[in-house]
Ligand binder design. Structure first.
Ligand SMILES: Cc1cc2nc3c(=O)[nH]c(=O)nc-3n(C[C@H](O)[C@H](O)[C@H](O)COP(=O)(O)O)c2cc1C
Length: 590
């Protein structure tokens, strides 16, 4: 529970479980938090399965402003509480931090209650809204430096003046932050948020939420690290930040410095001198948005710098520069009957490509896409080098599709960093490397699977950096390289299986899992496995033993995650047999 006792309204009995929280967060300022306890992990950033919240805010001074709304699924209970607590006729302004439907899903309904509300948003946001709500509305376009004076609250005299800060690409192109000089609250919508549904209003326990905070950053903000650094610079000039009122998860108040430092550190790490991959997408077209995020997430895992580019939202000069300077460019299929604006953006994109850049193409699944082969051939004709085979989609994208796209992104990231990684290894001291190579280990195959039926994701890898790490409860660690495909299935709360390979009987499994698999490939093809004995994933029939593990903690090193897991269950096929042992010559490889 939070510091104040929260009010819960409209707890719906039926699944999915939804509820609302109405709470004061500062002088004359309240939040309506829509608690979505069971939001699935289908969207890439919902990896930790702790649900999410959609937070909106009301500031009441001489004028009343509402900041953001909620997801359409909260329509009935959200509008009911709004009408109970505030007279909709008294609302003067609606500030739209960005137009993603989980925050802007009720704008139409709010305008139905009061058509005089004036909408404040970035120029791009207002354009998006016109397409979204199909009704005329009063609006003012805002950017960095603009202000909105809400006047003084008549009871306590506090003066609420909002200062706006453009924060494009965090994580939508139209994002704007608002800072209230009356309360020192900074409203950031998606930025600094996390998907974590709890009735705790604030970030009292950072250790509980830090892995979700990190995962959210990796999925949504990491791909826009340059924009994150720009936004951090802009907010540095604000007088003081008491609270960061985020659009998802608990509000940040008790550990603000920690979260801001995290964003700064992670975004600075992502800036390299080796060139970036411009991952293009067309917002609000097919599955383009989420598919581009999956590619970006994968590339980030390989420590490559990426820049997500919404081709329609960037002006042509900016787009030309972003594409021309990139080391790799990833391009979606576009609508075969594209509107003039999209056509012009595509024209600019293609004209800005440089010879010798790496390129990759992916299907947007917008239903009337220009054929991917036509685009791929066009690019080959321009003399471009192919970073990965065209990514095709045969049916509505599911977890497998996102896995395939993420893995293609990792391949691209590895390609961009290949020279740097080879140089790093060559720079090691020879004697040290030989001495380090005397550390030996066993041979194992880690397997993991999540989801069901067509939404099932599976992974496997050979591992030898494995060690028992606790007696009570029985626990172990596995060091997993940050760019391993299976790493995405080994977050805190996930399960995996450690298959122990047997001395003199491991060659077949070893060869199988060391193949270079194309993105999204079935790594178990031709291998005998037993499903459903272990919760974490498939058990290999030829393994000597297996351990069914639950991930409890992850420790970050420069290039690996040390994953600590508790062993919940295990079995052995032959008590007499020994584990396959792996001896190395050097410490620069496994
Ligand atoms: C003997 C041996 C031991 C390995 N041990 C580990 C390990 O402990 N952690 C790790 O991340 N990768 C390890 N690897 C590398 C991966 O198994 C392998 O490269 C990986 O499956 C391919 O990467 P991908 O799954 O991301 O495509 C090892 C490789 C070998 C040959």
């Amino acid at each position: 529970m939070g510091t104040n006792s929260p009010t819960f309204i409209g707890k719906a009995a039926k699944s999915p479980k939804l509820s609302l929280q109405y709470e004061s967060i500062g002088e004359n300022t309240t939040t309506i938090r829509s608690l979505d306890w069971e939001r699935s992990r289908f969207d890439i950033e919902f990896g930790l399965r702790n649900g999410t919240t959609y937070n909106s805010f009301i500031i009441q001074a001489e004028k009343t402003a509402l900041i953001d709304s909620s997801h359409l699924k909260f329509k009935d209970i959200w509008l009911k509480i709004l009408k109970n607590k505030v007279d909709p006729q008294s609302i003067d302004y609606l500030i739209v931090s960005h137009t993603e439907p989980d925050h802007s899903g009720l704008i139409s309904e709010i305008l139905e209650l009061n058509n005089n509300i004036e909408i404040y948003g970035s120029k791009v946001a207002l354009q998006f809204l016109e397409n979204q709500i199909h009704r005329p509305f009063k609006s003012t376009a805002i950017k960095t430096g603009n202000e909105l004076d809400l006047g003084k609250n008549l009871k306590n005299g506090i003066h609420h003046k909002l200062q706006f800060i453009s924060a494009p690409n965090l994580h939508w192109p139209d994002t704007i932050f608002s800072y209230d000089h009356g309360t020192n609250i900074l409203y950031t919508c998606d930025a600094f948020g996390l998907h974590y549904c709890t009735d705790e209003l604030f970030d009292l326990n950072p250790e509980v939420i830090s892995s979700d905070f990190r995962y959210y950053y990796d999925c949504l903000m990491g791909p826009n690290a340059r924009s994150v650094l720009q936004a951090l610079k802009r907010i540095q000039s604000l007088p003081k930040i008491q609270t960061i009122a985020v659009g998802h998860g608990p509000l940040l108040r008790d550990n603000i410095e920690l979260w801001l430092n995290n964003y700064h550190q992670w975004s600075s790490q992502r800036k390299t001198t080796d060139g970036y991959a411009a991952i293009c997408y067309i917002s609000q077209y097919g599955f383009c948005d989420r598919l581009s995020q999956a590619i970006a997430l994968g590339a980030n895992k390989a420590e490559a710098e990426v820049q997500l580019v919404d081709i329609r939202a960037s002006d042509s000069q900016e787009l030309s520069a972003l594409i021309g300077e990139a080391k790799a460019v990833v391009i979606p299929t576009w609508p075969s009957q594209a509107d003039a604006e999209t056509q012009s953006a595509i024209g600019t994109l293609l004209a800005a490509l440089k010879q010798k850049q790496w390129v990759g193409v992916y299907e947007s699944f917008g239903k009337n896409d220009e054929p991917i082969d036509v685009i791929a051939n066009q690019l080959r004709g321009l003399g471009q080098k192919e970073a990965f085979s065209p990514l095709r989609i045969k049916k509505t994208p599911d977890a497998n599709t996102f896995q395939q796209f993420e893995e293609a992104g990792t391949d691209l990231g590895q390609l961009l960093n290949r020279k740097k990684n080879i140089a790093t290894i060559k720079s090691f001291d020879g004697d040290l490397v030989k001495a380090l190579g005397r550390i030996s280990g066993g041979l194992y195959v880690v397997t993991a699977s999540q989801g069901h039926d067509q939404d099932k994701r599976r992974g496997a890898m050979i591992a030898s950096w494995v060690s028992q790490a606790s007696f009570k409860p029985p626990g172990l660690t596995v060091a997993v390289a940050k760019d391993r495909a299976i790493e995405s299935l080994m977050k805190v709360g996930d399960r995996f299986v450690l298959n122990v390979l047997e001395e003199n009987n491991y060659q077949k499994l070893f060869r199988q899992f060391l193949k270079r698999f194309p993105p999204g490939a079935n790594r178990f093809e031709g291998i005998s496995i037993i499903e459903n004995v272990a919760q974490g994933g498939p058990v290999l029939s030829d393994a000597l033993a297996y351990l069914d593990c639950l991930v409890k903690q992850r420790l970050e090193t420069t290039d690996h995650w040390i994953i600590y897991a508790v062993v919940e269950h295990g079995n052995i096929s032959n008590s007499e047999a020994k584990t396959a042992v792996h001896h190395r010559k050097v410490g620069t490889s496994y």
